[in-house]
Write a protein that binds this ligand. Structure first.
Ligand code: NAD
Ligand code: UDP
Ligand code: UDP
Length: 317
């Protein structure tokens, strides 16, 4: 859908060549906007946005957000940051720099342009939570010096910067705390549980369950997540968040393995491996705020989302 120039926005998406970012670019283009996608391809892939390159409303910039960026836009979605534990722990110093220096640069850009900026924060700010399900007013239980800290503390510091730019300089901010999200275009070697299990099941390899498999996560299908982010960006000015965006239906990793085996019809067996350090025991969002403020809740059950994701993975494996 092309829009009239008056209602068309030019939107910057950092991390736009990644899993979530590329789906967000698709959505914004479909809504008739112009998109500038800025990505350094650390974990993103050109194939995720290849289909957009011919669109005259889409522009791709190879750019690392730890460096200043001067563009003219009407809105900023800041998604740049590796999200999978194996990737964000590969170069932990760069991970913290991406979250912190990246936030400073994108906030500086938003300040100069006087435009709204949305931060892709994470349920990891709650760490290994002692409050269950997690509400936005829970401050979290995060190890500041462990292997996950580069990601968790980087994202916490980014939230601090967002709220200080808001209070001190009057910036319009939107902070989304995203819970585990899955779907088509997850990197095959991403290392996150849904993509690992699907790849292993499709290849007939053992399904690697870490620990006893009783730890829980709540999985949101990517289309639901993107709808939540767009609604948050479009919410009234006084809505800053943080707002949990995720699917509140909780599963153990053992039950996820069983679902993936059933949905793929795979003969793979489950194999056990040690639980990684600081792996949260349980995670489930309280989405009361998202329901009340954004009128948003997930619509795709895990079984359906897995089926769609498996279909797309079959085409790549
Ligand atoms: P992803 O790794 O697929 O995408 C991240 C993108 O950011 C990649 O394209 C990568 O190349 C890019 N990037 C990394 N460092 C950069 C830098 N310094 N400069 C420019 N680009 C850079 O991960 P994703 O799942 O799409 O996650 C997107 C965002 O959502 C991340 O900020 C992540 O922390 C957040 N998030 C995701 C989930 C999830 O379950 N997918 C959950 C919570 C939060
Ligand atoms: N910045 C940017 N693009 C802009 C404006 C600023 O990347 O259009 C960067 C700038 O380089 C600075 C950061 O954003 O490092 C923070 O900007 P701010 O104005 O808040 O701080 P200051 O420049 O005063 O340090
Ligand atoms: N996990 C697993 N096998 C895998 C990958 C992950 O059992 O092959 C577990 C992991 O230990 C964690 C859960 O699945 O308890 C979710 O892991 P993921 O890396 O997807 O996300 P996060 O831990 O960041 O929520």
């Amino acid at each position: 859908m092309a829009r009239s120039y008056s209602s068309r926005k030019r939107v910057l998406v950092t991390g736009g060549a990644g899993f979530l970012g590329s789906h967000l670019c698709d959505r914004l283009i479909a809504d008739g906007h112009e998109v500038i996608c800025a990505d350094n391809f650390y974990t993103g892939d050109k194939s995720n946005i290849a289909h957009l390159l011919k669109n005259e409303r889409f522009e791709l910039l190879r750019h690392d957000v730890t460096f200043p960026l001067f563009v003219e836009v009407d809105e900023i979605y800041n998604l740049a940051c590796p999200a999978s534990p194996i990737h964000y722990q590969h170069d932990p110093v760069q991970t913290t720099k991406t979250s912190v220096h990246g936030a400073i640069n994108m906030l500086g850009l938003a300040k100069r342009l006087k435009v709204k900026i949305l931060q892709a924060s994470t349920s990891e700010v709650y760490g290994d939570p002692s409050v269950h399900p997690q509400t936005e007013d829970y401050w979290g239980n995060v190890n500041p010096i462990g292997p996950r800290s580069c990601y968790d503390e980087g994202k916490r510091c980014a939230e601090t910067l967002f709220f200080d730019y808001h209070r001190q300089l009057g910036l319009q901010i939107k902070v989304a705390r995203i819970f585990n999200t899955y779907g088509p275009r997850m990197h095959i070697a991403d290392g996150r549980v849904v993509s690992n299990f699907i790849v292993q099941a499709l290849r007939g390899e053992p399904i690697t369950l870490y620990g006893d498999g009783e730890q829980t996560r709540s999985f949101c299908y990517v289309d639901d997540l993107i709808e939540g982010l767009v609604r948050l960006m479009d919410s009234p000015d006084e809505v800053t968040g943080p707002i949990n965006i995720g699917n509140p239906v909780e599963f153990s990793m053992a039950s996820l393995a069983a679902l993936v085996i059933a949905a793929t019809g795979s003969k793979s067996e489950v194999s056990y491996a040690p639980l990684p350090a600081d792996d949260p025991r349980q995670r489930k969002p309280d989405i009361t705020r998202a329901r009340d403020i954004l009128g948003w809740e997930p619509t795709v059950p895990l079984e359906d989302g897995l089926r769609r994701t498996i279909e797309e993975f079959r085409g790549r494996i």
